[in-house]
Design a protein around this ligand. Structure first.
Ligand SMILES: [Zn+2]
Length: 629
C-alpha cells in the first residue's frame, strides 16, 4: 500500500472513541522545557485526574467541570491535556483564560508552545509561532476545525472575543470581581459558549478567602465529589485529611497517617496503591446534572511531588507566622481561609498582653523606628489634629517575619492646613531615643496620610523631608497588590502656587497590611505594647474586622469594616508606620536590612548622651502636644 492509499484509508476509518485521559496516555508528551517529569504522560501517575478528564471528554454529558484543588496536583497539566485533546480529536473554537494577560503570555510561551511542538500528534496541526501569517501567535492558535484564543481575566477584550464551544478558566479565585466595568469575568467568558449545545466549561483553582472564593462557590453548586482511598490495613475507604496525620510538632522526624476506622497507622509509601485504587464519590448527588465538582487536598499529591513531611513542615512554620497560615490552608488543605477569628479580637484581653517596658523607651530587640501619621480634620474642624504612632521593628528569631513594638503615640492638636502642627511633628520626627546598648536612635522612616483634607500640606511637608525617610501615602482598599506601591508623581498646590509633579505619593494595600497586623495580634509574640498602653488604644487598634460584602455587581468580596461608632486612628497609624518600614526593607540591599540597622546599634557614634529622652519630652511641651500614651 502506498502512502496515498494509506492516507485515504485512514481518512475513511471511523474515529476510535477516545476520552481525554486515553488520548493523553496515547499521544501526550511532557516537554522537558515545562514539566518536572518529562516524557510520555501517564494518567496513572496522578490517578485522581482520570475521572475529571473523562467528564471533559466529548462522550460525557457533563457541561461544567470544577476542580477545587490544592497546589501541585497537576491541574494545569490536565488543562493542557484537554486543550491538546480538543485540538486533535474534537476541534472547535476554544477560549483559555488565565488570571492576567501576563500569566496568559507565560502559559503560552512556557507550557503550551512546547506541548504543541513536542507532541507529534499536534505538531503538524499548528505551525510554530514564528511566522506572522501562520495563524499562530502567543494569544491565538489556529488549527484545522477550530482555534484557540488565550486571554487574561483582567481584560474585558479577552473575554468578549468570538463564540467558543470550549472554555477553560484557570485559577478563577484569583480573577477580579469585575473587569473593566463590564461585570464578572467568569460570567462574561461563559457567555461565549451559550450558543453551543455540546459545550464544555472547565474551571480550576486553589481556594482563597471564605465567602468570597469563586471556586468554592462553584464547587458548592456541584455534585461535590471527593476522593476516597482505602486504608492499607483495614480497607476502609476515607478522604485523606490533614487532621489524621500524626507527627511530633517539636521534632518533626516521621509522619504517619491514622486510619479513621481501625486507628492503625501507616506511612506515605502506602499512598501509591491507595491512589490507584481510589475513587471519586459524589457527596451531594442531588446536585448531579450539569456540573461535576472535584475537591482534593495536598495529601493526595503523588509520591515524589509533595510529601506529607513537607506539608507538616510547612504547617509548623505557618503556625509560627499566622500570615503564612492563609496560604498554607489554601494551597495544602484546599480550603478557604476564614477571617472570623479577627472578630474575636478583644481589646480588654489585650491589656493583659502588655510588656514591662515604659512608653518612649526602646526594647533591646528593636533595630529601627518608623512613624505613622494620621491626619484628621482641616477646614476649621475643632477636632483637627495629627495622630502619631512610633513603632519599633526587630527581626523575628525564625527569620520569617518582623516583630513590632509600640514605642509611643502622640496627638498634636491644630489645623493640618496651618504650620503649627507640622512644627510639632518635626519635633517628633527629629527626636532621639536611646537604645539599651547606649546607641542613639532616630526615626528611620515616616509615612503621612495624604488622603484627608490637607493633601497639599502633607505633600509639601513630606517633600522637604525626603532625606529623613518621610513619605506621603494614600490608603487603597484593593488587596492583592504589593504592600506599598511604586511612588507616583503629584502636583503640589501650596498657598495658591502649583508646582507640577514636585511631590511623590505611595499607594498602600491597606487590606493586606491589616491582615498582617491582625495576624500578629492574634498570633501573640509578634507585637508588643508598652506598659502604659490604655484600653482605649487597644479599642482603636482593633476597631476594624474583616467581613464579607456584596459589591455593585452582586459578587461577594471580603473587606475591612469599622466596628460601629469606633474611631480607628491608632490602627491607621500602625498601618502607615508598617508601610514606612516596608519601604525601608524594600530599598535596603536584599536580605541586608537588619544587618545594616543592627550594625549601627552595635557601633554607636555617641553613647555618652543619656539625656536624649528627657530633652525630647521637654521640647514636647513647647510644641503644645499631648503625649497621651
Ligand atoms: Zn484502617
Amino acid at each position: 500500500m502506498n502512502a496515498w492509499e494509506k492516507g485515504f484509508l485512514d481518512g475513511l476509518r471511523p474515529q476510535e472513541p477516545l476520552t481525554v485521559d486515553a488520548w493523553s496516555d496515547k499521544y501526550r508528551i511532557l516537554s522537558s522545557r515545562g514539566a518536572a517529569e518529562p516524557g510520555k504522560y501517564r494518567t496513572d501517575r496522578a490517578p485522581f485526574m482520570r475521572e475529571p478528564m473523562r467528564e471533559l471528554s466529548t462522550d460525557s454529558s457533563i457541561q461544567r467541570v470544577v476542580l477545587m484543588f490544592a497546589a501541585q496536583l497537576g491541574k494545569s497539566e490536565t488543562m493542557l491535556n484537554w486543550v491538546a485533546y480538543c485540538i486533535d480529536y474534537a476541534p472547535a473554537p476554544m477560549l483559555l483564560i488565565q488570571p492576567s494577560l501576563s500569566m496568559a503570555q507565560r502559559l503560552s510561551k512556557q507550557r503550551l508552545e512546547p506541548m504543541l511542538q513536542e507532541t507529534p500528534r499536534l505538531a503538524d496541526k499548528i505551525p510554530p509561532a514564528r511566522s506572522r501569517d501562520s495563524g499562530n501567535s502567543q494569544y491565538a492558535k489556529i488549527f484545522p476545525g477550530g482555534f484557540l484564543a488565550i486571554g487574561g481575566s483582567n481584560s474585558a477584550a479577552s473575554l468578549r472575543s468570538m463564540p467558543a464551544r470550549y472554555i477553560g478558566l484557570d485559577e478563577i479565585s484569583a480573577y477580579p470581581g469585575d473587569v473593566d466595568g463590564e461585570g464578572d469575568p467568569v460570567a462574561l467568558a461563559e457567555k461565549r459558549a451559550s450558543t453551543f449545545t455540546k459545550r464544555k466549561i472547565f474551571l480550576t483553582s486553589t481556594p482563597t478567602i471564605k465567602g468570597s472564593c469563586r471556586i468554592e462557590a462553584e464547587y458548592e453548586e456541584s455534585d461535590q465529589r471527593k476522593f476516597y482511598c482505602g486504608c492499607p490495613i483495614c480497607g476502609f475507604y476515607q478522604v485523606l485529611m490533614f487532621e489524621q496525620l500524626r507527627f511530633d510538632s517539636k521534632k518533626l522526624d516521621k509522619v504517619e497517617y491514622e486510619c479513621i476506622s481501625c486507628k492503625e497507622r501507616f506511612d506515605e509509601t502506602a499512598k501509591t496503591t491507595m491512589l490507584r485504587k481510589g475513587e471519586w464519590r459524589a457527596t451531594k448527588p442531588e446536585n448531579a446534572g450539569i456540573t461535576a465538582g472535584f475537591w482534593l487536598n495536598g495529601l493526595a499529591s503523588p509520591m515524589g511531588w509533595l510529601s506529607w513531611f513537607e506539608i507538616c513542615d510547612e504547617f509548623l512554620k505557618a503556625k509560627q507566622n499566622p500570615a503564612l497560615m492563609r496560604t498554607w490552608v489554601n494551597t495544602r488543605k484546599a480550603e478557604t481561609f476564614s477571617y472570623e477569628y479577627q472578630e474575636k479580637l478583644n481589646a480588654e484581653a489585650l491589656m493583659d498582653t502588655r510588656s514591662d517596658y515604659l512608653p518612649g523607651t526602646i526594647p533591646e530587640p528593636v533595630v529601627c523606628l518608623c512613624m505613622g501619621v494620621d491626619v484628621q480634620g482641616g477646614m476649621g474642624s475643632a477636632t483637627s489634629r495629627l495622630e502619631v504612632s512610633t513603632w519599633g521593628y526587630s527581626p523575628d528569631p525564625s527569620g520569617i517575619a518582623e516583630n513590632m513594638y509600640l514605642i509611643d503615640h502622640n496627638i498634636i492638636y491644630g489645623d493640618p492646613n496651618q504650620g503649627e502642627v507640622w512644627t510639632g511633628l518635626d519635633v517628633l520626627l527629629n527626636a532621639e531615643y536611646e537604645h539599651p546598648s547606649g546607641a542613639k536612635m532616630k526615626i528611620s522612616g515616616c509615612a503621612v496620610d495624604s488622603g484627608g483634607l490637607a493633601t497639599s500640606s502633607v505633600y509639601e511637608w513630606c517633600m522637604r523631608r525626603r532625606n529623613k525617610g518621610v513619605i506621603a501615602i494614600k490608603g487603597s482598599s484593593r488587596s492583592g497588590g504589593p504592600i506599598i506601591g511604586k511612588g507616583s508623581r503629584v502636583d503640589i498646590n501650596y498657598s495658591g502656587r502649583v508646582r507640577k509633579k514636585s511631590g511623590v505619593v505611595y499607594l498602600l494595600n491597606t487590606e493586606d497590611i491589616k491582615d498582617r497586623i491582625f495576624s500578629k495580634i492574634k498570633g501573640s509574640g509578634k507585637i508588643f505594647f508598652h506598659s502604659e498602653t490604655t484600653s482605649e488604644y487597644f479599642k482603636e487598634l482593633t476597631g476594624e474586622y474583616r467581613t464579607q460584602k456584596t459589591n455593585s455587581k452582586g459578587y461577594p468580596v471580603s473587606t475591612y469594616e469599622k466596628k460601629p461608632n469606633q474611631a480607628v486612628e491608632k490602627l491607621d497609624c500602625c498601618v502607615y508606620s508598617y508601610s514606612a518600614y516596608q519601604l525601608l526593607t524594600k530599598t535596603a540591599p536584599k536580605g541586608k536590612f537588619f544587618d545594616i540597622y543592627a550594625k549601627k546599634l552595635l557601633n554607636p557614634t555617641n553613647s555618652s548622651d543619656k539625656k536624649t529622652l528627657n530633652s525630647k519630652h521637654a521640647s514636647s511641651k513647647q510644641a503644645n502636644f499631648v503625649n497621651q500614651w
